[in-house]
Ligand binder design. Structure first.
Ligand SMILES: Nc1nc2c(c(=O)[nH]1)N[C@H]1C(S)=C(S)[C@@H](COP(=O)(O)OP(=O)(O)OC[C@H]3O[C@@H](n4cnc5c(=O)[nH]c(N)nc54)[C@H](O)[C@@H]3O)O[C@H]1N2
Ligand SMILES: Nc1nc2c(c(=O)[nH]1)N[C@H]1C(S)=C(S)[C@@H](COP(=O)(O)OP(=O)(O)OC[C@H]3O[C@@H](n4cnc5c(=O)[nH]c(N)nc54)[C@H](O)[C@@H]3O)O[C@H]1N2
Ligand code: SF4
Ligand code: SF4
Ligand SMILES: [Mo]
Length: 904
């Protein structure tokens, strides 16, 4: 630890810090403009000049490393004069009135402190208002290039360029024209770092800046970015990244940054509502709404028993609320018919990883991205669906990590990949087995690891020999040489880290494919060490938590099988746990359709839009006698079929915890109060339980009280007291007691419940029933885009709405030419099950034979087209493969543009 003096004070700090960082760590503020701790030091503004020892030339503190015995002066008269001169030069063209308009801005305070006045005049031509979220005013640009650097070094978008020379140099988007026309993905990082008003959030200009800040966790995806929510008059006006969050390290994506507007959308439902016999909604008080819901459920249970009712938890609600949801189902209603959205998403990841490794969750953490030498991304469009992870992977690749992408589509990461394998959709098992076979015949197996930690290698070796790349290329469509190159990187240049998404799970062989990924990790010893493992990128903010809290028919809190956890749960609950096997979400809808289930309670899940085979879902929902929907908005499910609507508070309006993809439990905190008489899901469920006569079993003093009950049932979470979760990043489970530091890396030397050794799985490829035919010659993949989230319920009501083109059918130039489809015209997509009409976009990121669209737009209900295929083990729907044909509907429609780059 070098010791130095700064302005006479002795400071000791770790080696390798800059003088600027050392000073900051000692609470000494050295002025700087081009510095941002998220960026490599640039030494450009030179405002941070200091003198060192007795040298006569001052040096920038940001680029000068500390050394033992150094004596630093930060505030001599000479330095002050130098800074004054530098500042005066910077503001020669800066608008003279700017400081008066926004005196609170740190830069303006700095000008005042040094007695420097700006002398320029604003030129309206230097303002670009084209972007819906970001206003660019180059009159205020002081050429610190922080926007350029953060866009390059953190987001990896390279949108800002420096044009011109010397005093004429200025920033310009890569479009050469406006920011709206550039490759910008609206992450807001450049705005966040800009030290002046050159880049500003449009929302802040409109609503005023925040007067209060609350730290919380993003309400959107399973990455779990921590954010600071700025509010004013009980309204959210801006959201910025938490700088010290281990997940996002001072960065957010467009949804976290600009997607909060739904919270105050005009159509938030603010009172409970009942549907009258004529089909109208009438607002009612809470007592009446809950009374009607409870009487309906009781009627069905009295008549048909508790197997005729079911509950669906919300992957968007907190752990505490999901815990109450399943406790409500089991204790109050007496049924194990309880499930959540993980069913249609990553249930195969949980099942497959549990089967092989003993824990059904990611083995490693996002911090391993920077450790891995090789990263494999399989069936995950990471930069659009998990953008913060995507940005970290891009930076790792730019710094030299090997990247293998396995995806039929040329997603953005494919542009950074050393190998891009583009298999036929639905052939993952054959693809992954062929990589395993290549690892074996190219001697890339980690023999020491296999000897110590892996069972059944000889049988597996013999089995998988049938899958050598050359033998299965007719199934996978892959060039065997590419498969071998991928195997060599993965097996030969470790540590190697696997990430996967729905391109693995949402198939008839979802769970099988997850086990095939696990095989690769076992064969190469990429388990239980930093920079390795098998890591599902989980979907919604709390989908993993929802299932983990017990919203699963066969599991209790902590993913403990019913039979194993029953006694303990019964003791903690003071009530028996039902014995009868529960139905999962898919089975509940089947049961509703054929009259075996009559009442359903749905918390935050728009099943009508998002379940496959819409006509069948419609029949199921129409057949229900009671449908209670608890949501922020009147979703399509609620609007068409609910009998009772209970308005719920958003995550910005309550306290609790979410679980992210890395098993991290993080706090959410109430930033604003809910509108109208809206209640939290927890309060709603407790009141419903009380109306059933179970009030004493559902009486809590708040979220923490519920969490403490969860900790009694879930040994791996027992150590995560609320006070401990308050720190940045919370804690990762397992965390067995209050002294346990949490676990960032699983399976170091044993597999829980299994022992030291795991078993390789011999899984054969089974083709999907959705094979292209003469009538349905194309394969439709459904998935996501950056600017819209799932059913679009929230992003469609926020500043993100202006950024999306809406649903389009992406088709390869070959297919478009063959079928005579013209870019931008409407086409009808027909499958064996239904049809949907939408505009098409010719895109060279699509391979011939495959088309793609999203399911985010309620006006384009894509699930009318998807089919009945389900993963055998978990029933997760086969959203990723539907045989379709397309017919031109003929009409020219809105301009959807030609997508020739990865950004579309
Ligand atoms: N912007 C945005 N972010 C989101 C969401 C959102 O709606 N919008 N939703 C969240 C949720 S709930 C989830 S679950 C995640 C999902 O995140 P992802 O898993 O990334 O989502 P998808 O786009 O559905 O599918 C991923 C990729 O699988 C590929 N794929 C399809 N079939 C195959 C195949 O047979 N083999 C292989 N190897 N790849 C295939 C597709 O081409 C696609 O690029 O995103 C979360 N984040
Ligand atoms: N064709 C096709 N269909 C798909 C997929 C696909 O790839 N292709 N993906 C599937 C996947 S992976 C998923 S996860 C599902 C997603 O399907 P959904 O779960 O329906 O999608 P979300 O938009 O996440 O909607 C959740 C609802 O929760 C509400 N909500 C938000 N916060 C709260 C809260 O705190 N409390 C309550 N009570 N409600 C809240 C929102 O308003 C919204 O209505 O879609 C599936 N459907
Ligand atoms: S918003 Fe993000 S992507 Fe867009 S220019 Fe700024 S830093 Fe780059
Ligand atoms: S990556 Fe996910 S968690 Fe992070 S800001 Fe974006 S949507 Fe939110
Ligand atoms: Mo999902």
């Amino acid at each position: 630890m070098p010791r130095l003096t700064i302005d006479g004070a002795t400071v000791s700090c770790p080696p390798g810090l800059s003088v600027l960082e050392a000073a900051a760590s000692a609470g000494i503020d050295i002025p700087a403009l081009c510095h941002d701790p998220r960026l490599a030091p640039a030494g450009a503004c030179r405002l941070c000049v200091v003198t060192i020892d007795d040298a006569d030339r001052p040096v920038p503190a940001c680029t000068t490393p500390v050394s033992e015995g150094m004596a630093v002066q930060t505030t001599t008269t000479e330095l002050r004069e130098l800074r004054r001169t530098l500042l005066a030069m910077l503001v020669r063209h800066y608008p003279a009135d700017a400081a008066a308009t926004n005196p609170g801005l740190a830069f303006h305070r700095m000008l005042a402190h040094y007695g420097v006045s700006a002398t320029g005049a604003a030129d309206p031509h230097r303002v670009d208002s084209s972007h819906p979220n970001i206003r660019v005013d180059l009159n205020h640009c002081i050429s610190c290039w922080r926007c350029v650097r953060i866009c390059d070094e953190v987001q990896g978008q390279f949108t800002w360029r420096i044009a011109g020379r010397g005093a004429d140099s200025h920033v310009v988007p890569d479009s050469g024209t406006t920011l709206a026309d550039s490759t910008c993905v609206s992450c807001g990082a450049c705005v966040d770092t800009c030290p002046t008003d050159a880049l500003t959030d449009v929302g802040v200009i409109q609503a005023g800046s925040a007067t209060g800040w609350t730290r919380t966790t993003c309400p959107y995806c399973g990455v779990g970015c921590e954010m600071m929510v700025g509010s004013r008059d009980n309204r959210i006006v801006e959201v910025v990244p938490a700088r010290d969050a281990p997940v996002n390290r001072g960065h957010l994506c467009v949804k976290g940054r600009y997607g909060f507007g739904f919270n105050t959308s005009q159509d938030r439902i603010t009172t409970p509502m009942l549907r009258t016999s004529s089909g109208e909604w009438v607002p009612v008080g809470w007592d009446e709404a809950i009374d009607v819901a409870v009487r309906g459920f009781r009627r069905v249970i009295d008549r048909a028993g508790p197997t005729a009712v079911g509950v669906l938890g919300s992957a968007r609600a907190t752990n505490e609320e999901n815990y109450l949801t399943q406790k409500f189902a089991r204790v109050v209603l007496g049924t194990n018919n309880v499930d959540c959205c993980a069913r249609v998403c990553h249930a195969p990841s949980a099942a497959g990883l549990k089967a092989v490794f003993g824990t059904g969750a990611a083995t490693n953490s996002f911090d391993d991205i920077e450790i891995a030498r090789t990263i494999v991304v399989c069936g995950s469009n990471t930069t659009e669906a998990h953008p913060i992870v995507g940005a970290r992977i891009k930076q790792a690749a730019l710094r030299g990590a090997n990247l293998v992408v396995i995806d039929p589509r040329r997603i953005e990461l494919a542009g950074y990949a050393d190998v891009h394998l583009r298999p036929r959709p639905g052939t993952n098992v054959a693809v992954l087995n062929s990589i395993a076979a290549a690892l074996i015949d190219e001697h890339l197996v980690d023999e020491a690891f296999v000897a110590q930690r892996v069972d059944d290698f000889p049988a597996f070796r013999d089995f998988v020999a049938a899958y050598v790349p050359e033998r299965v290329s007719s199934i996978t469509g892959l060039d065997p040489a590419d498969v071998r190159r991928a195997a060599r990187l993965y097996g030969g240049q470790g540590p190697s880290m696997l990430f996967h998404g729905l391109g693995i799970t949402e198939h008839v062989q979802g769970t099988d494919a997850v086990m095939c990924l696990a095989n690769l990790a076992l064969l190469t010893g990429n388990v239980g060490k930093p920079g390795s493992g098998c890591n599902p990128l989980r979907g919604q903010n709390n989908v993993q938590g929802s299932a983990h809290m017990g919203c699963e028919p066969h599991h209790l809190t902590g993913m403990i099988a019913l039979a194993d956890g029953r006694d303990r749960a019964a003791a903690v609950w003071g009530a028996p746990v039902p014995e009868i096997r529960g139905l999962d979400a898919m089975e509940m809808l089947d049961a509703a359709e054929d009259g075996r289930l009559d009442a359903l309670w749905v918390v935050g899940w728009d099943i009508l839009l998002t379940q496959p085979q819409t006509p069948s879902v419609e029949r199921a929902l129409a057949a229900l006698e009671v449908l209670v929907v608890q949501d922020l908005f009147l979703t399509e499910t609620a609007r068409r079929f609910a009998t009772v609507f209970l308005p719920a508070a958003s995550s910005f309006e309550k306290d609790g915890t979410f679980m992210n993809s890395e098993r991290r439990i993080q706090r959410i905190r109430r930033a604003v109060s809910p509108p109208g008489i809206v209640k939290t899901d927890a309060d709603i469920l407790c009141e419903a339980a009380a109306a059933f006569g179970w009030g004493s079993h559902f009486s809590y003093r708040g979220a923490q009280d519920i969490w403490d009950e969860i900790r009694r049932l879930w040994p791996a979470g027992a150590g995560m007291a609320y006070q401990r979760l308050d720190r940045p990043g919370g804690l990762q489970w397992p965390c067995l007691d209050e002294d346990h530091p949490g676990t960032s890396l699983l399976h170091r030397d044993r597999f829980p419940g299994i022992g030291a050794r795991a078993t390789l799985r011999r899984v054969d490829h089974r083709p999907s029933a959705e094979q292209p035919s003469e009538t349905y010659p194309l394969v439709l993949i459904t998935g996501r885009e950056l600017y819209a989230f799932n059913a679009g319920t929230m992003t469609g009501r926020a500043a993100t709405a202006a950024l999306t083109d809406g649903a389009v059918l992406e088709i390869s130039p070959d297919d478009a030419q063959r079928l005579g489809v013209i870019d931008g015209t409407e086409v009808s997509v027909q499958s064996r099950y239904g049809a949907v009409v939408l505009p098409c976009r010719i895109s060279d990121r699509m391979p011939p034979g495959t088309v793609f669209t999203t399911f985010h737009d309620p006006a384009v209900p894509v699930n009318a087209v998807t089919g009945p295929g389900r993963d055998l083990a978990t029933h997760t729907p086969e959203y990723k493969v539907t045989a379709v044909n397309i017919a031109g509907a003929g009409t020219a429609s809105r301009d959807v543009g030609y997508a020739s780059s990865s950004k579309s």
